[in-house]
Write a protein that binds this ligand. Structure first.
Ligand SMILES: C[S@@+](CC[C@H](N)C(=O)[O-])C[C@H]1O[C@@H](n2cnc3c(N)ncnc32)[C@H](O)[C@@H]1O
Length: 371
């Protein structure tokens, strides 16, 4: 692994949140991030690749382009894949798998392409092939150009390694972080989630305020690549400085099980000192003492959990409580039906692109500070 070499890096995110991730990458000092479809392009060496995995809260996975060649037919693909310098990147003792896709190319059968590349890799490098391998090589054949990328993340990055308990419709940490960012949250104000479920927004907000890196507790696929420099990686991880937040982060839910789940998740994430969770229905919600901040909430969605009439009443009651009691606070509501957002009777700012959440298209509705 040559630490000075520069690669094309593609940071995958939830479609609809590319520009939010791009803003996060810009703020984190990545080189010229450019949003694409479903991700953001940048360039950098292994330190940036590690840093993207460790620090980017909105990234789902980090792909690194390791080489490309033209391939007009399967025999040529086979020959060139055999000559590819696999040993520069992969270890012969670590299982690997190949995923292929073909577009606008003479090689049109992705399965056959994957099979040729897999065989070449396994025979030339000697690495075991396994369907559940942690190391995944993605081969994209586009316009007869075959490009290899390594997925350096392994398990999706929304798995921070702290959340064991989840409720019915948990928000992915990566999405929660980017929605917080889109609401202008930068770690310096209190946050309230009155339907907190497993506590995702509250825990993410507390971690951001404390300067805790999202990937601090988990492992990554790049740790099993050839030439991985464990000492340099440990030094990068250790460079984080924790600052005890001066604000507190509050979650509530009417479901006692959700409250317990949130407390356990906050404890595992190391943010229990700055968060509190209580069992409370939305009708009893009051703002915490101290300065105004951000209320962020994803109430039950239409057509998923809950019945429509009750949902209208619930959103109506949420809007009333916020309008009457949360003067000076900004609000972010994530929901799938514009009509449900409308019954809150809050004045929303212009909305952005819909975002896919568990197969449902959701939109973030934001307000300015409430009068
Ligand atoms: C879609 S889930 C929120 C998921 C959460 N953001 C997470 O990441 O786990 C909606 C939550 O609203 C809660 N809820 C529904 N009606 C409520 C009410 N009237 N008052 C308080 N919480 C309520 C449910 O118990 C559920 O946990």
């Amino acid at each position: 692994m040559d630490k000075r070499e520069d690669f094309d890096i593609y940071v995958v995110t939830t479609p609809g949140l590319e520009s939010a991730l791009c803003a996060e990458m810009m703020a984190a000092g990545f080189t010229d991030p450019q949003p694409g479809k479903g991700g953001v392009n940048t360039r950098g060496g292994w330190t940036e690749i590690w840093r993207a995995n460790l620090e980017l809260r909105g990234a789902t996975r980090v792909l690194v382009r390791i080489g490309s060649f033209r391939a007009l037919h399967l025999a040529q693909l086979d020959k060139r894949a055999r000559r590819f310098p696999w040993a520069t990147f992969l270890r012969p003792d670590v299982p690997v798998k190949v995923e292929a896709s073909c577009t606008k190319s003479r090689i049109y059968h992705a399965g056959a392409a994957a099979e040729r590349i897999t065989r070449a890799l396994s025979e030339e490098l000697g690495a075991p092939i396994a369907d559940d391998a942690e190391i995944v090589i993605k081969a994209r054949i586009d316009d007869d150009l075959c490009t290899f990328s390594i997925d350096t993340s392994g398990e999706s990055l929304h798995k921070r390694g702290h959340k064991e308990a989840v409720n019915k419709a948990p928000m992915r940490e990566t999405m929660a972080a980017l929605f917080l960012r889109q609401c202008g949250y930068d770690g310096h104000e209190p946050v309230v989630d009155p339907m907190c479920g497993s506590g995702t927004f509250v825990i993410e907000a507390a971690e951001i305020a404390a300067g805790l890196k999202p990937g601090r507790s988990r492992s990554f696929a790049f740790e099993r690549l050839a030439g991985f420099d464990a000492a340099a990686w440990d030094a990068l991880k250790a460079s984080a400085t924790l600052t005890a937040p001066t604000m507190r982060f509050h979650g509530s839910d009417r479901d006692a099980g959700a409250v317990k789940m949130s407390q356990d998740n906050a404890m595992r994430a190391g943010v229990a000192d700055w968060t509190d969770f209580r069992r409370q229905a939305i009708s009893d919600l009051t703002p915490p003492d101290g300065p105004a901040g951000l209320v962020i909430v994803n109430p039950p969605y239409g057509g998923r959990i809950g019945d429509t009439k009750q949902l209208y009443a619930l959103y109506g009651s949420l809007g009333r409580v916020l309008r009457e009691r949360f003067h000076g606070w900004r609000v972010g509501i994530i929901t799938n039906e514009p009509a449900l957002a409308k019954v809150t009777d809050l004045s929303f700012l212009p909305t952005g692109a819909p975002v896919l959440h568990g197969g449902i298209k959701v939109i973030l509705y934001r307000t300015a500070p409430l009068a």
